[in-house]
Design a binder for this molecule. Structure first.
Ligand code: AQP
Length: 340
């Protein structure tokens, strides 16, 4: 069976972008794929995390997976640091990937800013660990938001270079010449990139200092509705067609959020609301968002009230993930020439 891997960092409060771009899409994939969903705590510490916050956020991400509808029995839910093969394979990939590849990553440039000499080495190597996450499970498909497309291309480059550099050894071991698969991204739907509620040109992000910029998966109904009603918009009514959204990033974003939440296309939404003003559209969007998100947020709260149960789910998932991870890692050690 084809296998899916995806991860979310426990690096702050989860938001609507994480939900629509990733978590929500994890659920239907369980029908046709074997799914491995990971709370990537080792990625999170590429920027400083207070240890108590990291523990809390790790359990919150796991709770979000389950509350959204991921079944911890049929799928694997675990936190990355419990399966040490992630770090082990990432080291091998650090020796496959080139520094130039890492320096070109736009997420690194955005996060490092002008201060690139003074960020952690881990932040630069982040995509190498991400490639290890995916390829340890020989995942064929990865559901991610549009912002992760470049990292996924790098995963493909690393897989290809490993397969080429070690082609002779892979052959000697009698293994498939395409030892690591060339993973496909699954990026689809109207919500591949949710933008900030304050600025339609910046992506909604955990690390934006403004709490008003995002709908958090910890917000209550009142907070969700208020943030949408206060979201930056322009003074024009909604256009009649999708073409009319060009050059109007805030309008485009709010219509896109509506479409994603209601499982419609933007054209469908505009067929209904085109020509109407924000005074009509924003309350409708607020109502829809509350109706769609509140039950899940309530379930997340219930789950996080019982950390021992979440920790047991993560431990069980880690044990099952370790079996798959060790099988790959044992092959990699032989391919590379590490004696055991
Ligand atoms: N704005 C977004 N729209 C759609 N999808 C998004 N994702 C993130 N932001 C958006 C998707 O969420 C998944 C998890 O991302 P992550 O936790 O690995 O970190 P990130 O992509 O760096 O997300 P954040 O929330 O913006 O965190 P910070 O602020 O720490 O950088 C991924 O599948 C991502 O595509």
């Amino acid at each position: 069976t084809p296998r899916v891997f995806s991860g979310i960092q426990p690096s702050g409060d989860l938001h609507l972008g994480n939900y629509l771009g990733a978590i929500r899409r994890f659920v239907p994939l369980q029908q046709s794929y074997e799914c491995v969903y990971c709370v990537v705590d080792m990625h999170a510490i590429t920027v400083w995390q207070d240890p108590n916050d990291l523990r809390r956020a790790t359990r919150e991400v796991a709770a979000a997976f389950i509350a959204a509808g991921v079944d911890p029995k049929s799928s694997i839910i675990f936190n990355q640091s419990q399966v040490s093969q992630h770090a082990e394979l990432a080291w091998v990939f650090n020796c496959i990937a080139r520094i130039g590849w890492m320096n070109r990553m736009t997420q690194f440039k955005d996060k490092a800013g002008k201060n690139s000499e003074n960020v952690s080495l881990g932040l630069l190597a982040y995509p190498s660990l991400m490639a290890a996450d995916i390829l340890l499970y020989k995942a064929t498909h990865v559901p991610v938001g549009d912002d992760q497309k470049q990292h996924l291309e790098l995963t493909r480059d690393i897989a290809q270079k490993f397969n080429n550099d070690y082609a002779a050894s892979i052959g000697e071991q009698g293994l498939d010449p395409e030892f690591f698969p060339i993973t496909e991204p699954l990026i689809a739907g109207p919500a591949t990139r949710i933008m900030s509620l304050r600025d339609g040109t910046r992506k909604m992000s955990k690390s934006d200092p403004s709490d008003q910029s995002r709908i958090s998966l910890l917000d209550d109904a009142d907070a969700i509705a208020k943030k949408i009603k206060r979201a930056t918009s322009d003074s024009e009514p909604l256009p009649e067609t999708v073409e009319g959204l060009a050059g109007r990033p805030e309008a485009d974003n709010l219509v896109g959020i509506y479409a994603a939440l209601a499982d419609l296309t933007k054209a469908d939404v505009l067929a209904q609301y085109g020509g109407q003003g924000w005074g009509t559209f924003k309350p409708a969007l607020a109502e829809l968002a509350v109706a769609q998100l509140s039950p899940m947020i309530g379930e997340m709260r219930r789950l996080t009230d019982d950390p021992a149960t979440i920790d047991a789910i993560l431990r069980d998932g880690a044990e099952r993930a370790s079996v798959l991870a060790e099988a790959t890692m044992a092959e990699v050690r032989r391919i590379v020439g590490f004696i055991r």
